[in-house]
Design a binder for this molecule. Structure first.
Ligand SMILES: C[S@@+](CC[C@H](N)C(=O)[O-])C[C@H]1O[C@@H](n2cnc3c(N)ncnc32)[C@H](O)[C@@H]1O
Length: 186
């Protein structure tokens, strides 16, 4: 089995790029779904903390696109186990804004990769931005669907953040719909 076999929303090329960015690092992922990105990242990271409430997006899905999140949760656990990653992939089953204090309390810091692919709507995305404060110097934050016109809030919220934090971060080239930034020494 490989991460490519797991259903989900990132391409193989995006997954390979994320795995490379996480190599030898502590990583955090917001939005795991059935574990596709989890397993691409978790295969190469030292440890991966996943923030996933198994609730879907905060807007009703188009007719016929609904998903049973009890099944998604089962699949996430099964996929992580089958990939042999249970010892280094940890799940916080909360929305990102609620999970942040739990992560801080458990002393997670100096993150090498933060992958953001949770709710694609403004209020929740602002909660996701809190995690950037835990990035190590040289650490990377990568936002999925940054260039996806179906989710315009992602680019807008990220660009607002980058405009205020620009001197501390440099944009990186990344595949697919990923918008990525590296924290630079100041
Ligand atoms: C696009 S999917 C993630 C896809 C996944 N990264 C993959 O590789 O297939 C978005 C996920 O974000 C989760 N989610 C929704 N709101 C969230 C929030 N506020 N915090 C964290 N995750 C959230 C959903 O339950 C859903 O599983």
């Amino acid at each position: 089995m490989s991460p490519s076999d797991i259903p989900g929303f990132i391409t193989d090329e995006e997954g390979a790029w994320l795995g490379k960015a996480a190599t030898g690092k502590t990583a955090v992922e917001i939005g795991s779904f059935m574990g596709r990105s989890t397993c691409f990242i978790g295969t190469d990271a030292v440890s991966l903390h996943c923030v996933e409430p198994f609730c879907g997006q905060p807007v009703p899905p188009p007719p016929g696109e609904g998903v049973d999140f009890a099944v998604v949760r089962q699949n996430w656990h099964r996929n992580v186990e089958r990939m042999g990653l249970s010892d280094r992939v940890l799940l916080i089953e909360l929305k990102s804004v609620k999970a942040f204090p739990a992560l801080v309390d458990s002393d997670v810091r100096d993150i090498g990769l933060l992958f953001v692919d949770g709710s694609h709507y403004t209020a929740d995305l602002r909660g996701d931005l809190l995690y950037i404060s835990l990035l190590d110097i040289g650490g990377i934050v990568a936002f999925h669907d940054y260039t996806n016109k179906r989710f315009p809030d992602v680019k807008r919220v990220v660009d607002e953040w980058f405009a205020s934090a620009g001197a501390d971060y440099e944009p990186l080239s990344a595949p697919g719909s990923i918008g990525a930034f590296r924290r630079v020494p100041v």
